[in-house]
Design a protein around this ligand. Structure first.
Ligand code: TPP
Ligand code: SF4
Ligand code: MG
Length: 493
């Protein structure tokens, strides 16, 4: 095994980062000087040198490394904030021969998910934790983290962290090494060449422990976030070496894997075939009762995406549709999404209707209907609309692309303007609901379902606004207004 860091791309990375959206496929998304990039390279190199590419499963939660799966040529799982140790526990227990990596930031590990990491360490789960301590919430724009130093200025401690108000930085290695079970705990720094070589060795040792089934290893990396700490690369390194190491001393806190036997746990009851059967049953009974929709369009699953700016009521619109589906006896799911905060983006939700079980609640592709209340939503989601699908857009705020497909239904209405005329811009989402009613009536519903449509819509709106009588009246008006004011219409030839 080479004792040098090799130039170029290690084999533990994909050759081209195809999973990364957009045109850039060769570079990482991390800021220049970010510790995550250096650490990724050291891990990828270790994975290929140890010959464990096929065995590694990497769990990465929320934080700047949320997109780790773009880069590593291993199996990956993206987890909820702080929950990678819980997910890693499931992975390690269900497939004991896998080498499980939990890759976590300081906000993630030492704040929102702190109990998870403590419990996983105390159980001695067979996993390797790579813990990136950059003393800040990087992804969300530099708020105070549990590891922020006393006196350190952040967005949420603009006069410097005051331990009297917000406590002291949490020393993770010191805490974890109080437990009996962990076999290896070390703190390194991603700064000088010497420190990086120490980190490189620590990564390999931890992965080897997991390979040998010795249990829980954690390596902490004091790491730079030059963007949020507003420093250049040189000052960042100096800050880590002179300030951070005072509070977080480098070194080995536990290293007793050599004395331990490989862990043998009870045989997992996890059975991939059984799970598949449960998730994708071959035949299921329809759950639809007397008021079932009879139109053929509902014979298969219907996937709807609704998108706009936060505050435009896209989530409520989706919720009303879900209520409507529930009232007609469908299986329904409603999945809201707010987008990664630091990087802007639209609020959207997915609604799925089905006469049988729903596999995935996310309308990520092959959508039947797309409702857009702003321009970024059209730009982002038009590609997921299937041939023969329906786009309904707010013509006040959206300009359609010149080359829009002729194979889809397109309905435009001035939803914001109409809502303003009704006296409340907030009813634009229900104006859109009216447009949905019109589209369904004109193109997809049989005579029987048409009879029920308005009553069903009224009931759904009533349930949504059950505690606000005034809002109910306004929204019913908004529904009728939307239904009767379609301004642009394209129907596939
Ligand atoms: C449940 C939940 N709560 C809060 C957030 C917002 N959030 C996204 S990243 C983040 C902090 C990440 O900081 P850290 O773990 O230190 O990672 P870094 O970006 O610094 O590498 C927060 C609070 C979220 N996405 N999900
Ligand atoms: S914000 Fe900080 S942690 Fe995130 S990519 Fe940029 S430098 Fe790295
Ligand atoms: Mg951080």
């Amino acid at each position: 095994m080479s004792e040098r860091i090799k130039l170029g791309r290690p084999a533990g990375f994909f050759e081209v980062f195809e999973r990364r959206p957009g045109a850039i496929k060769k570079n990482m998304h991390y800021c220049p000087g970010c510790g995550h990039g250096v650490l990724h390279k050291l891990i990828a190199e270790a994975i290929s040198d140890l010959g464990i590419t096929q065995d590694v499963v990497l769990a990465a939660p929320v934080g700047c490394a949320v997109f780790a799966y773009y880069y590593f040529k291993v199996r990956s799982v993206q987890c909820a904030h702080g929950r990678a140790p819980a997910v890693s526990t499931g992975l390690a227990r269900s497939n004991p021969n896998d080498i499980v990596i939990s890759y976590q930031g300081d906000g993630d590990l030492a704040s929102i998910g702190f109990n998870h990491i403590l419990q996983a360490a105390n159980r001695g789960e067979n996993m390797t934790v790579f813990f990136v301590n950059n003393a800040i919430y990087g992804m969300t724009g530099g708020q105070m983290a549990p590891t922020t130093l006393p006196g350190q200025k952040t967005q949420t401690s603009p006069w410097g962290r005051d331990p009297k108000e917000t406590g002291y930085p949490i020393r993770v290695c010191e805490m974890i090494s109080q437990f009996d079970a962990p076999v290896y705990v070390e703190r390194c720094a991603l700064t000088s060449f010497k420190n990086i070589m120490t980190a490189r060795k620590a990564i390999r040792k931890a992965l080897q422990n997991s390979k040998d089934k010795k249990g829980f290893s954690l390596v902490e990396f004091l790491s730079g976030c030059p963007i949020n700490l507003k420093m250049n690369a040189h000052d960042m390194s100096e800050f880590i070496e002179t300030k951070m190491t005072q509070y977080f001393p480098l070194g080995v806190y536990r290293d007793n894997a050599a004395e331990k036997e490989a862990i043998v746990r009870s045989t997992p009851i996890f059975d991939a075939e059984k799970l598949k059967e449960l998730m994708f049953p071959e035949e299921q009974e329809s759950s639809i009762g007397d008021r079932a929709c009879t139109s053929p369009v509902f014979d298969k699953e219907c996937r709807v995406k609704i998108s706009g700016f936060g505050g435009q009521g896209v989530l409520s619109l989706g919720y009303i549709l879900a209520i409507l589906g529930k009232q007609r006896g469908f299986q329904v799911s409603w999945l809201p999404s707010y987008g990664p905060e630091m990087r802007g983006g639209t609020a959207n939700c997915s609604v799925v209707f089905s006469k049988t079980h729903i596999g995935s609640p996310e309308a990520a592709e092959n959508c039947d209907m797309l409702i857009c209340l702003n321009q970024p939503s059209v730009d982002k989601f038009l590609p997921i609309l299937k041939k023969g699908g329906v786009l309904i857009y707010d013509s006040d705020t959206v300009k359609l692309p010149a080359d829009i497909s002729k194979d889809i239904f397109v309905y435009g209405l001035a939803a914001s303007d109409l809502a303003n005329q009704l006296g409340d811009l907030r009813s634009a989402n229900i104006v859109m609901l009216g447009a949905i009613g019109r589209v369904m009536e004109d193109n997809f519903l049989d005579e029987e379902d048409k009879k029920y449509l308005d009553t069903a819509m009224d009931e759904a709106v009533r349930e949504m606004f059950s505690k606000k009588a005034k809002a109910f009246d306004l929204n019913l008006k908004a529904y009728r207004t939307g239904k009767n004011n379609i301004a642009y219409k394209q129907v596939p030839a």
